[in-house]
Design a protein around this ligand. Sequence first.
Ligand code: ZN
Length: 245
Amino acid sequence: MADNSADNSMDNATADDELFVNQDEVEGTASGIWSRLLAGNRRFAEGKPVHPNRSAEAREALIDTHAPDAAVLSCSDSRVSPDIIFDSGLGELFTVRTAGHIVDDAVLASLEYAVSSLGVRLLVVLGHQNCGAIKQGIKEYENLLHEMTADAEDSLMAADSIADLDERIAEAESIMLRTVGFSIWQAHESELESNEDFERVHIARTIEELVDRSDVIRQALAEDRLMLVGARYQLDSGKVEVLSF
Ligand SMILES: [Zn+2]
């Protein structure tokens, strides 16, 4: 009997839902939660969302408490709402959103609350295609570069005058320049030049910053209580690109 049912489930599995054959086994684990979100994103991208947990009953069941199992730090962009693109409902996602998913003390405190008090198992940093905050970061980065090289008489002198560019970015008054601008500087250092690359590097750097700045997140990762993933939402396809670093 057991063999038959295993065969049946294999027969019915397509390439797309292979990941979810063992859903029962992984449910509740961080990778199971991530699989659930990616399955929701696939439904959304295919134009077949099921809008789970959005009924009056779902709302009423959550009056006294909620137990979201995932937190998402995403860009505030109006096209990138995590609840919509992961086809999730009430009580599922704890979301923190800032332009360009930039991190400050309030973001850290909110995510630490999600990890230590709500016990989320998964933390997703979600950037996206055509991010306006990245474009703003590029503008501020280029303005600073222009300012620093304006008086240079040749390329050697220009190179000399930007020797401490990273320090100037790190000390900038603008948080957009300190965060997104620094990611653009780092991408340039790795000879990456496209906006898509800047978006990916900035997601990676945001993850690094969360780990560097938060004892709570670092400890949860060390104790295997938390999984931290990076993803980039594609406006054109509706799909989330999973990044590996
Ligand atoms: Zn954005």
